[in-house]
Design a protein around this ligand. Structure first.
Ligand code: FEO
Length: 171
């Protein structure tokens, strides 16, 4: 069994918290959008929330596989009020950029500790963050180019349909 040091276990547990926090934040955003009858944008955020939970559970599974008992953390109350969809998508991109920095720090830690198993495990997250940042960045561009929120809904609906087929929008 691969060995990981205590500080890496702590850092991975902290990442579990970040992923669950992201899941709750996206869920709150989805519910907010759902309440505004923007069902496709809401569905997009619900999918994001599900994915973040999967990310958290991937880390939980990794810790369990190595014989460490993960901690399921308390998380902060997600935001309840938003200015509008641009505000929501910008906040999401900012959150993803913070997660990317955290993942890169974990990778640096794994390299320094010559922890090859964790390094290899984390590469999936490195790729995933590239996709997630691209997805929100693209959505921000679409919002800037759209004349109204219904055009954004139309775009996201299209994206959701593609995602169901080939995973394209599953950023
Ligand atoms: Fe799992 Fe979007 O960070």
């Amino acid at each position: 069994m691969a060995m990981i040091n205590d500080s890496m276990v702590t850092a991975l547990n902290e990442q579990v918290r970040r992923e669950f926090q992201a899941a709750q934040n996206y869920l709150a955003m989805g519910v907010h959008l759902d309440g505004k009858s923007l069902e496709h944008l809401a569905a997009f955020f619900y999918r994001q929330a599900d994915e973040e939970r999967e990310h958290a559970m991937k880390l939980v599974r990794y810790l369990l596989d190595l014989g460490h008992q993960p901690t399921i953390p308390a998380i902060e109350l997600p935001p309840g009020e938003f200015e509008g969809i641009k505000d929501i998508v910008q906040a999401s991109l900012t959150q993803e950029q913070a997660v990317t920095r955290a993942i890169h720090e974990l990778v640096d830690g794994a390299l320094t500790a010559k922890d090859h198993a964790t390094y290899q495990f984390l590469l999936w997250f490195v790729d995933e963050q590239v996709e997630e940042e691209a997805s929100f960045g693209k959505l921000l561009d679409i919002i800037d180019m759209s004349e109204n929120v219904l055009q954004v809904e139309h775009y996201v609906r299209h994206m959701g349909a593609e995602g169901e087929g080939g995973g394209e929008a599953e950023a």
